[in-house]
Design a protein around this ligand. Structure first.
Ligand code: NCD
Length: 307
């Protein structure tokens, strides 16, 4: 097993081997992520963070990962405190951060932004979310969580629920689940269906998928309910958001007697009630923790192979 990528832009760039490599390495990283073991593999290395959109878990887990490996972190968590507010363009800002850092993590509201900057700089670039596009590192931790819970991904039955149109986590995840032979149900209001392009690609890859707008159609057959937030900030029309919000509500009553786990990339708004949090179903906080060992594995692989 080895890792062949220089940049992490889309999950479509990964081979199965690349993904398996990261998932395996992440297991080794878990004791370091839990502070039970020390590591200095990134000592002397700097990670540059460019966040043009809000983030809690992705940014903090990247920072934690780099620091747990003995490395350092620079960058900005919002554009307000950077020269972006003075009118500096994305290319110039990126070039500068790349001069200071050994790898870049970028989150941007525009689809394609990460790919664009990866063509400008020499250091590895990691896409931490580009508009409604892709969020490949979230997918790696989602796969890791499923593997940790079920011991495998192949053959799992996974329902992706909520905003499948604008949600970048489900765009990335569906490709990977298809690659690993999981079955997928896409549960959304008709207005927020999985994009045609993704459906087409999945079909071409022989992935087994079905679509429905009624969660009750899938509750008895799925192993994983992967719930997502309706992406308010991406709606061109606020009225439409108001009409659709609250389309699905996952509570412990709905889950009673079911044999499944509930995942969510977080943040949740109102789609999962807090009474699910401490049940055997709720895996989303554990899932968020796995972002650390998975991102440690990724940083280690990328920065070492770039040396
Ligand atoms: C997601 C994102 O930013 O796409 N958050 C995350 O990284 N865990 C999901 C979301 O914002 O709904």
């Amino acid at each position: 097993m080895s890792f062949s990528l220089k940049n992490v832009i889309s999950i479509k760039d990964f081979s199965k081997d690349d993904i398996n490599f990261i998932l395996k390495q992440a297991e080794e990283m878990e004791p370091v992520a839990r502070s039970q073991k020390m590591s200095q593999t990134m000592a002397g290395k700097i990670l540059g963070m460019m966040f043009y959109e809000p983030s809690t878990r992705t940014r903090l887990s990247f920072e934690t990962s780099m620091k747990r490996l003995g490395g350092g972190v620079i960058g900005f968590a919002e554009t307000g405190a950077s020269s972006v507010t003075k009118g500096e363009n994305l290319a110039d800002t990126t070039r500068m951060v790349a001069e200071y850092a050994d790898a870049l993590v970028i989150r941007h509201n525009l689809e394609g932004a990460a790919r664009y900057v990866s063509d400008i700089v020499d250091v590895p670039v990691i896409n931490a979310g580009d508009g409604a596009g892709q969020h490949p590192t979230q997918t790696l931790l989602d796969l890791y969580t499923m593997k940790r819970v079920f011991g495998k991904i192949k053959g799992l039955n996974v329902a992706l629920i909520g905003d499948l149109k604008y949600g970048r986590t489900v765009h990335s995840l569906s490709y990977a689940l298809g690659m690993f032979g999981a079955k997928m149900s896409f549960v959304s209001p008709p207005e927020l269906r999985m994009p045609q392009e993704t459906l087409h690609d999945l079909k071409g890859a022989n992935a087994v998928t079905q679509e429905t707008n009624d969660i009750n159609n899938v509750l008895d057959e799925v192993d994983v309910l992967y719930v997502t937030r309706i992406q308010k900030e991406r709606f061109p029309d606020p009225e439409e958001y108001l009409r659709i919000k609250g389309a699905y509500l996952i509570n412990s009553e709905l889950l009673k007697g079911k044999d499944l786990i509930v995942m969510h990339p977080l943040p949740r708004v109102d789609e999962i009630t807090p009474d699910v949090d401490d049940t055997k179903y709720g895996k989303y906080f554990e899932q968020a923790f796995y972002g650390v060992p998975v991102r440690m594995a990724l940083l280690d692989a990328l920065i070492k192979s770039f040396e």
